[in-house]
Design a binder for this molecule. Structure first.
Ligand SMILES: Cc1cc2nc3c(=O)[nH]c(=O)nc-3n(C[C@H](O)[C@H](O)[C@H](O)COP(=O)(O)O)c2cc1C
Length: 172
């Protein structure tokens, strides 16, 4: 588990992206709960641009990069998150659709963790193949996420120091 300088919630400290998972299925109820949590995220004009694709393991692995498929084959589920790049209210481009999906994915990951399910997001997938296979008309796929119960001790990845990620103009 990470340590915290400012006493943030334990969920943030224990989250990591595993590559090994127990051979234990995720109940459909839990899977839907993760998507419900994701759908509670804020979005620009409340567009809720996200769409979550669930598929068979075989289908999902076929759209991943080979490197990701080699370990994600042990995950209990793999979901693809996509979104509509236009606002449904006026068909104008929604510049924030991908941003909104990132927020939704964050919510999904944290609800998963609350249920002891670990998530590993993946940008390494074949977008064109996914569009064709899942008939994602008017949808842009952003990332896949492997989900399952963890099966490994893990060395946490490092984080940048806060001083390196904050621009503080208050005392200038
Ligand atoms: C948008 C995105 C794309 C990612 N793509 C991959 C990927 O293709 N393969 C992979 O093994 N991990 C991928 N990751 C996982 C990151 O490498 C991981 O989150 C990062 O190294 C930090 O480690 P942690 O999640 O364990 O804290 C991705 C994460 C994000 C958010």
């Amino acid at each position: 588990m990470r340590t915290s300088q400012f006493t943030i919630d334990e969920q943030f400290l224990k989250r990591f992206s595993p590559k090994k998972f127990k051979q234990k299925a995720i109940e459909d109820y839990d899977l839907k709960a993760l998507i419900e949590a994701a759908s509670s995220a804020p979005s620009c004009f409340n567009e809720q641009p996200w769409v979550f694709v669930l598929g068979t393991k075989e289908e999902m692995l076929s759209v991943l990069s080979e490197a990701n498929a080699s370990w994600a084959k042990n995950a209990a589920e793999i979901i693809l998150i996509c979104s509509r790049p236009q606002f449904s209210r006026n068909q104008k481009p929604n510049r924030w659709h991908a941003y909104d999906c990132g927020t939704a994915m964050g919510y999904l990951i944290l609800e998963a963790l609350r249920r002891d399910i670990y998530a590993h997001p993946m940008g390494g997938f074949k977008a064109e193949k996914a569009v064709e296979l899942f008939e994602l008309k008017e949808l842009q796929p952003h990332a896949a996420v492997a989900l399952g119960y963890r099966d490994e001790a893990h060395t946490m990845t490092p984080r940048k120091a806060l001083d390196d990620i904050i621009i503080d103009r208050r005392s200038v």
